[in-house]
Design a protein around this ligand. Structure first.
Ligand SMILES: *Cc1c(COP(=O)(O)O)cnc(C)c1O
Length: 387
């Protein structure tokens, strides 16, 4: 706080100094956004707090991180400007020549990044982590340093048994990182299942309002790797900005309400869609015929999430025609916001066995379930069925 009386200073000095050190009322119900990029020393040249410089230290950011660490039952959390930046921060902190084993079914952007890590002297193998035999075979072939899991996985919502894979990975001394973007801490807390680090695209459900891009890492316990990740974040200034951290904390206050409502609606839509004549297959871990249902029922607590995909009997053409004729569902990428989104995923990441051409990905929002159903049913009814 500026100590000297401001009255005998020149106007320009006054304009510069008058707000310096101004504090928000301490009894405000909602925290303020701290924007200071630097922190003052006292006359003994000491810092009154451990805040020194904005590249590494920001109160709003630390408060949001503490909030998120508590939600994930974690020791500590770090926020980045995107989910991708958070994920790559883990890869960048690995020892040279590290071997990574990753789910073959995972977010395509990160899979693309991982496929490039040979340039940094690392190796990666993609395996079907829903198959414990395939996991053991991969671990036996080469000892993993990092095991990267994504469950439910985008866009088939395959379910990996985190506890079973983590136990096997730990037997080889590997670190286990789980991309839990789709499950959210409402339905799964990977650290409780044995994960060492949890990663989120906080852009999605955690923020929930399609207005902040952010990524989260949360660690089960202190470790050398976690220190390296934290030191790099501080030195690079790669932390999330204060405005975005504040907005994210605001979004988080309704996380539980939003995500439970989204999962309830998704479950209703999944059941109805599974008997629709235009739909060949519904992919939703809450349906008993989903290959991961049994594990999901054990691993996910209280719901199966708000994401589902449908495969159209009429193929790619029918998928695109359906996406074209909905009006309430918005045609956009991303997921987890309060507005329902529909996406022909193969147009985004390219078609392949893990992303069929006839697939539409649905991110269920918080609208009235009957409105969402009517819109979808109408669009599906308009397409010509194959005979
Ligand atoms: C969106 C997404 C990411 C990437 O996050 P960004 O915030 O877009 O960088 C990673 N994993 C999953 C599962 C995602 O859905």
């Amino acid at each position: 706080m500026f100590q000297k009386p401001l009255g005998d200073l020149g106007f320009r000095t006054l304009t510069v100094q008058s707000l310096a050190g101004a504090e928000a009322p301490r009894n405000g119900l909602v925290g303020s956004i701290h924007l200071s990029t630097t922190y003052t020393r006292d006359e003994h040249y000491a810092y009154a707090t451990d805040y020194v410089y904005g590249r590494s230290d920001n109160l709003t950011l630390r408060q949001t991180e503490a909030f998120l660490a508590a939600l994930e039952n974690a020791h500590a959390a770090l926020l980045y400007g995107s989910g991708m930046a958070a994920a790559v921060a883990v890869i960048a902190a690995l020892d040279p020549g590290a071997h990574v084993v990753a789910s073959d079914a995972m977010y395509y952007g990160l899979k693309h990044r991982l496929a490039e890590i040979g340039r940094f002297g690392h190796t990666v193998s993609f395996v079907d982590t829903t198959d414990l035999y395939a996991v053991e075979t991969a671990f036996a072939a080469r000892r993993p340093d990092l095991v990267w899991l994504e469950t439910p996985s985008n866009p088939l919502w395959r379910i990996t048994d985190v506890a079973a894979v983590a136990a096997r990975a730990h037997a080889h001394g590997a670190v286990v990182c789980v991309d839990s973007t789709v499950a959210t801490p409402v339905f799964t807390r990977p650290i409780d299942l044995g994960a060492d680090i949890v990663m989120h695209s906080a852009t999605k459900y955690l923020n929930g309002h399609s207005d902040v891009g952010a990524g989260l890492l949360a660690a089960a316990r202190p470790s050398e790797l976690w220190n390296r990740i934290g030191a790099a974040r501080a030195e690079l200034g790669a932390g999330l900005g204060a405005f975005d951290a504040w907005l994210l904390a605001r979004g988080l206050r309704t996380l539980d309400l939003r995500v439970r409502a989204q999962a309830e609606t998704a479950a209703v839509l999944a059941r109805r869609l599974s008997t629709h004549p235009a739909v060949a297959r519904v992919l939703y871990p809450g349906l008993p015929d989903h290959p991961g249902h049994e594990i999901a029922a054990r691993q996910m607590t209280g719901g199966f999430g708000g994401m589902l995909s449908i495969r159209l009997r009429g193929g790619r053409g029918a998928a695109l025609a359906t996406a074209a004729s909905v009006s309430l569902w918005r045609r956009a990428t991303s997921l987890g916001g309060v507005e329902s989104l529909i996406e022909h995923r193969a147009s985004m990441e390219g078609a392949g066995p893990l992303c069929p051409d006839d697939l539409l990905r649905l991110s269920v929002g918080i609208e009235d379930v009957e409105d969402l159903w009517t819109d979808l049913d109408h669009a599906l009814g308009a397409i010509d069925l194959p005979r």
